[in-house]
Design a protein around this ligand. Structure first.
Ligand code: CA
Length: 238
């Protein structure tokens, strides 16, 4: 369940240096040499985080970040801007368009990885592979162990990813399209009812430990993972 990090950088040596360090940190690296190429890739696969160089040929990193923030599908993807500029005003315009953080070149690989980790912790906790517990259900992604007390649950790979995503985003409603993007990484070639099939399998597996009610169907909206039975009416209360 390694986080997918996209690197949008036109200088091959820097792109490669970043990619090597990202892979060493246990993440998956996807490289693009321009914003245009990055947009093509993102239209198929949504990354967990995007590193964007400010100075790119044609479309600038700033304009690219602005476009990502404008579209509903990409507006929540964490963005870190990379730049040689250390001007305070540049930093502010980067953060203004919705970048989550800002790293000034030259930077050490250790610093970059630390920043990536901090942004992921804040914005995409499912990408960090940390243990999580909800209502006695324990998910340990490093040891691939899901358990309640001494009883272990074994899941297929998709249910495994789906459960971890839901457990790291409790009390939030996700539509089928959002789950396809965040769990499958693909909203184009997978049908929405595929989500229902895997939710059904996951509930069946959770039944064995009496935890199937943690997954709520929110009518007309999607699914929510929640330990709080007080709000379980099938309807979203605002
Ligand atoms: Ca550049």
């Amino acid at each position: 369940m390694a986080a997918r990090i996209m690197i949008v950088e036109d200088e091959p040596a820097i792109q490669q240096m970043i990619a090597i360090n990202i892979k060493q940190a246990g993440y998956e690296a996807i490289c693009a040499g321009s914003a245009e190429v990055a947009i093509d890739v993102i239209n198929n696969i949504l990354p967990d985080l995007i590193l964007v160089d400010w100075m790119l040929p044609n479309m600038s990193g700033l304009e690219f970040a602005r476009r990502l923030r404008k579209h509903s599908r990409t507006q929540r993807v964490p963005i870190i801007m990379l730049t040689a500029r250390s001007d305070e005003s540049d930093k502010i315009s980067g953060l203004d368009v919705g970048a989550d953080d800002y790293v000034t070149k030259p930077f050490s690989p250790r610093e970059l990885i630390a920043r990536i980790k901090a942004v992921l912790r804040r914005r995409a906790p499912e990408a960090l592979d940390e243990s999580v517990e909800v209502d006695g259900l324990l998910f340990d992604p490093v040891n691939h162990r899901i358990s309640v007390g001494n009883t272990e649950i074994v899941l297929g790979p998709t249910e495994h990813r789906l459960l971890y995503f839901l457990m790291t985003h409790i009390d939030r409603v996700f539509s089928r399209a959002q789950l396809l993007d965040r769990v499958w990484g693909d909203h184009v070639f997978v049908e929405e009812r595929t989500v229902d099939v895997h939710i059904r399998r996951l509930r069946k597996a959770l039944e064995n430990v009496g935890k199937e009610n943690l997954i709520r169907t929110v009518r007309g909206a999607g699914y929510r993972f929640s330990a709080n039975s007080a709000v379980d009416s099938g309807e979203l209360k605002l």
